[in-house]
Design a protein around this ligand. Sequence first.
Ligand SMILES: [Zn+2]
Length: 479
Amino acid sequence: MKFDVIIGLEVHVQVMTKSKMFCSCPNRYGSDPNTLVCPICMGYPGVLPVPNNEAIRKTLLAGLMCECNIALYSKFDRKSYFYPDMPKNYQISQYDLPFCEDGKVVISGKGLSKEFVETKPIGITRIHLEEDVAKSTHFRQCSGIDFNRAGVPLMEIVSEPDISTPDEAYIYLTALKQIMQYADISDCDMEKGQMRCDVNVSLKSPESPTLNAKTEVKNLNSLKAVHRSLLYETERQSEVLEGNGQLIQQTRGWNDDIGETYILRTKEDAADYRYFPEPDLMPVEISSDYLEKLKKEVPETPAQRCARFIREFAIPEYDASVLTSNKSCADYFEKCISFGSDAKKTSNWTMVELLRELSQANKTFDQCPVNPENFAELIKLIDNKTINGKIAKAVFSDMFSSGKTALEIIDEKGLKQVTDTDEILQFVKKAVESNPTPVQQLKEGKSTALNFLVGQVMKFSKGKANPQLASDMIKKELS
Ligand SMILES: [Zn+2]
């Protein structure tokens, strides 16, 4: 690519609250259409909105997590537009005095553009709070509107145009999602529309200070769609420029099936929305006492937790970053450690066995049938040699499907590791007698023959012999 790519993101995140932004209807996903509605969120004339303090608190918290300045004086504004998803014909949003401004999210990991080795700060222009609009669904003959979503508190997080590749956009969104999950602000489940993204992308030649006209691609609802649409759009724009064509500022949609953007409209200016202060709502004043109190509630960020895991549990950076990429996973791991299981072994078992079982069963950590206490117990049973690693895997599968504890399964199935030397000696003798060739090879110093003989002992003991003891005893038997 002979052009520099300039990308800015506008991310909408639904705030997790009991009720909607300006009325007491439940803020809940998945109910029958138009069952969670009232005159306020249906936009009847004469109704009065009442702001949801919890939504404001979580927006300020998001601002603090993103290192923003928090406005002690803020207000809501009316944004006028006509569309069936907004029956009032205006949306209550924030215009010139948003709750949070001038922050940053520091991203890290593979895929940063090459002048940034480990981390890159992405500026946050602003975070404001508004109400979500209704959801339109288009059928063959007609369209349907579901107002359950109308009035759900919605944060808009606007980034500076600091992102220079589709990979960075992906990393930034992942980081943002983790922050929201860590602070219990939103689950950011993109399939449920809890996080939606618009991207702004423009190109400029490295020699020139001026940007070419930008394109906005709207309503991307998966991280993959964001990445693919940016790849497509940078390619499309560079082809136009290389063919000496002219780009015009426009808004485009994304067709995920064919992997292309398409033109929706030429961009309207902010003035078209005729913003003005919402006359039915008082400006929001935040006391510095309240802000100080809120600052104490700011949880660890994913990056801070990752650093602490490395420091406190002496696990490798890779492990720490996998474990902390998901808050529930990090919580689960930390609980296990509090029950006394070894950190590195717990990390291995979490990343490999537990994540695999969860993904196969399509379950989250919150739905995990094995609780941290029982998981920690399993790992301790391996550590104190009650069972060996191989049997532990089978036991774990069983725990996962039956919900039983490791000890219950070990007792039921008689899986305790055999560490009684007399008993193992029987198996060793049997292995030596029935395998003269490997025995001869081992005597001649061929070490692979030892592995074979240990395997035989494991087979005769139905996997229950302690392999280290078996190996020692074979060597002793033959010396
Ligand atoms: Zn309502």
